[in-house]
Design a protein around this ligand. Structure first.
Ligand code: PEP
Ligand code: MN
Length: 368
């Protein structure tokens, strides 16, 4: 059961304390307070957990400060929209708002390699006015003999360079809990020049212990990538692992699913699920056209298949585009064939903006 409070109610205010006290009268029921206060949205909710079946909604609906009481299903208890009864306020991080109405580019290197390449990429992002990026330091590779990422040693200079070029948030995959500590320590040691969105890769989408670990901290938001062989329901349940541990600052990322029917793409592009995720959950939705299309091939119309895949997701309302760029794709140590070049960055940004505007016009027309 979710008790939604008026936006001016403080999370530790008397209205909330009264609700928690009332909830304590029901055996096996505990109350948990969730709050979000961004620049434009504020939200306070009390979630009643446990044996709530016998708790009558009107025991709470008439209390002061309460907007409404929503009885929720067991599934997607925290991330769920519950048939549109709860709002999707999104979250703020490092001065950026992430929600179901916002839009961000996260271009960058699949794998951090040379400092010159990282610097050139950040410089190109700055020139394009982009303050969010991707940078992989820990790489989960199919073969143990492939480049595994530079790991901890590269973190200080990657973060310093991000700060130098005004990058506020870097999306970075973590493979184990200790990587969070390494990232936290490196950020602290370099004076917090940037922020990090922890990426859970497709291969770890059901690594429940890792999901719990990123859920148990609230310092970093999480970009959760759909497991390549998971149904949407399984993937959303995995996200609920993160949220149920306490971290609600989650972005759900579609990156294609494994199927021979996707060939010649690397994965079958599943971006038609963007509006489905927005309907079922409160999460902003990211698309990754690079790992889904998988190859930088030019279509006869002059746009690459990566551009077209990005358009597929953006035209249906994606909130974020995570995309591989590299200054010299031929010498990239990971996923070079799917990287766009830095010369292509302004054109890609322009193209995606055209599609985003078209999406916003579609929405405006539908709502008119
Ligand atoms: C990545 O984004 O660097 C990555 C490895 O992607 P995925 O987990 O989707 O394969
Ligand atoms: Mn990759």
């Amino acid at each position: 059961m979710i008790i939604i409070l008026q936006p001016d109610v403080a999370p530790d205010g008397p209205e909330v304390l009264e609700i928690l006290a009332a909830a304590a009268h029901y055996a096996g029921v505990t109350g948990k307070v969730y709050s979000f206060k961004g620049q434009t949205h504020a939200l306070v909710e009390v979630h009643l957990l446990g044996e709530t079946k016998l708790v009558p909604a009107d025991a709470f609906s008439d209390r002061r400060g309460v907007v409404r009481v929503v009885r929720v299903s067991e599934r997607y208890r925290v991330i769920g929209r519950h048939a549109g009864q709860v709002d999707a306020p999104g979250f703020d991080y490092c001065g950026e708002h992430f929600g179901q109405e916002t839009f961000h580019f996260f271009p960058g290197l699949c794998a951090v390699d040379e400092p010159e390449y990282v610097e050139a990429t950040f410089r190109a992002l700055a020139a394009a006015g982009i303050t969010t990026a991707r940078m992989g330091a820990y790489k989960p590779r199919t073969s143990p003999y492939d480049f595994q990422g530079l790991g901890k040693p590269c973190l200080p200079w990657v973060f310093e360079l991000a700060g130098k070029y005004g990058v506020k948030v870097v999306s970075m995959e973590v493979l184990r809990e200790s990587h969070l500590d390494e990232i936290r320590d490196a950020l602290r040691a370099s004076g917090e020049p940037t922020g990090v969105m922890l990426q859970i890769g497709t291969r770890n989408a059901q690594n429940f212990e890792l999901l719990k670990a990123v859920g148990q901290q609230q310092e970093f938001p999480v970009l959760f990538k759909r497991g390549m062989g998971l149904t949407l329901e399984e993937a959303l349940n995995a996200c609920e692992y993160i949220a149920s541990e306490g971290n609600r600052n989650i972005v759900f990322c579609l990156r294609g699913v494994k199927s021979h029917l996707g060939a010649p793409h690397r994965n079958l592009i599943d971006f038609a699920h963007v509006p489905v995720i927005k309907r079922l959950t409160r999460l902003p939705v990211c698309i990754d056209p690079s790992h889904s299309a998988g190859r930088r091939v030019l279509a006869p119309d002059g746009l690459t298949e990566i551009h077209h895949a990005a358009a597929d997701g953006v035209i249906v309302g994606a909130n974020m585009v995570l995309v591989d760029f590299h200054p010299a794709p031929a010498s990239a140590l990971c996923d070079g064939p799917q990287a766009l070049t830095l010369e292509e960055l302004p054109g890609f940004v322009d193209d995606v903006r055209i599609v985003r505007e078209a999406y916003l016009k579609r929405v405006q027309r539908a709502r008119a």
